[in-house]
Design a protein around this ligand. Structure first.
Ligand code: PLP
Length: 381
């Protein structure tokens, strides 16, 4: 089996991830902050150390504003519903995942907000002059939701430029870093990002079911859910201090333990090396595919920043059929069709039937890539 679907969820995980999760379940998985005994204190201390690890990797000074969620979808929903109010305008610059565009559509369809949507260029890159125009409009957006790196084609948005622009216009910036976290260095301290949404299970190599929302001290979203936090239980209203303000209910202790172990792995190898290796694999596959007649590769013509995701189509084959053949004949696992991001498919011109997506991860080898390239060539013939 050759797994090339790491943009959906990295696989396999570093062995220490499962080990840390099993330990949390078997040895100390009490409910943190809910009692005054050693086991709950041990669990709370693991959770706080995991918060510190996230804060450290993403240049966040105040680890209490590192919020654990169920995944990037939940982080993005929390940011969108928590930040926007009636009459607000939201700016979507293009390439959004449904985790952004669906909550947005819900608010728009209920007449609560207005959405300004831009179209990225045909290579999946955002059009900066249009964004500049929108942030200077008479009715300024109340939130700009930026997809840092496209899950369909890997196109990377100019985060520093857009963050500076948003800051200059006093517009809170929400960054969907589900694909880029762990591959591109991001610092909340150096870049004026208001809210950063992360998925634990992709390029951070953690387990599914855990995500993070980083909240800068310049914003204070309303909580999407309220309930027990273990603190101030006598009070009628949900606490307003962090992390409790945005973390209600019992948290995912094994997921957090797994994520903490995954962050140690990311730190040990280094974000640059994780990116470098996976990008070399992606570039090689892109080269093989681009030299194969009958394959259309969605790559930028000039060198532009990308993450290790390769979108392509075999011109004479339906993507779903091609993916099925790659699996059944060659044992190659990839994603096909639409990738939960209609905005990206509109930009790339793949709205009709979607595309195939290859996304190498740390555990892939050049041999996997050579085999995938040859399999593609056979299917194209
Ligand atoms: N945003 C992007 C760009 C994604 O690729 C994904 C997952 O595919 C998400 C958001 C949602 O992430 P999660 O699966 O952690 O909810």
């Amino acid at each position: 089996m050759i797994y090339l679907d790491n943009a959906a969820g990295s696989f396999p995980k570093p062995p220490q991830v499962g080990k840390a999760m099993a330990e949390a379940l078997d040895e100390y998985g009490a409910n943190p902050g809910r009692g005054n005994y050693a086991l709950t204190r041990k669990t709370a201390s693991m959770v706080e150390s995991a918060r510190e690890k996230v804060a450290d990797l993403f240049g966040m000074r105040d680890s209490s504003r590192v919020i654990f969620t169920a995944g990037a979808t939940m982080s993005l929903n929390m940011a969108i519903y928590g930040m926007l109010k009636a009459g607000d305008v939201l700016l979507l610059p293009g390439m959004e995942h449904n985790a952004v565009s669906r909550p947005t559509a819900d608010l728009e369809d209920r007449g609560i907000i207005k959405v300004r949507t831009l179209l990225a260029d045909h290579e999946g890159y955002l059009r900066l002059p249009e964004i500049e125009k929108e942030v200077s409009a008479a009715k300024r957006p109340a939130l700009l939701a930026l997809t840092h790196s496209s899950n369909v084609c890997g196109a990377v948005a100019p985060l520093a430029k857009i963050a500076a622009l948003a800051r200059q216009k006093h517009i809170p910036l929400l960054v969907d870093a589900a694909q880029s976290g762990g591959l591109i260095p991001i610092s909340m301290d150096k870049t004026p990002i208001s809210l950063l949404a992360l998925a634990g299970h992709k390029s951070l190599y953690g387990p599914p079911g855990i995500g993070v929302l980083l909240v800068s001290d310049r914003v204070d979203p309303r909580p999407l859910i309220t309930g027990g936090t273990g603190n101030r239980s006598e009070e009628r209203r949900h606490p307003d201090f962090y992390p409790d303000h945005l973390e209600a209910g019992s948290i995912n202790v094994p997921g957090i333990a797994g994520l903490a172990a995954a962050l140690d792995f990311v730190k040990e190898i280094g974000v640059e090396e994780l990116f470098g290796k996976t990008m070399r694999l992606t570039d090689r596959l892109a080269e093989m595919a681009a030299n194969t007649p009958g394959i259309e590769v969605y790559l930028p013509e000039l060198p532009r920043q990308r993450t290790p995701v390769l979108a392509l189509n075999i011109t004479k084959r339906d993507p779903a059929e091609a993916a099925e053949l790659l699996d059944s004949r060659y044992g190659i696992c990839i994603r096909s069709g639409y990738h939960c991001a209609p905005a990206a498919h509109r930009a790339l011109g793949t709205m009709e039937e979607g595309c195939l997506r290859f996304s190498p991860g740390w555990y892939n080898t050049m041999d996997d890539i050579e085999k995938a390239g040859l399999a593609l060539a056979e299917l194209a013939r």
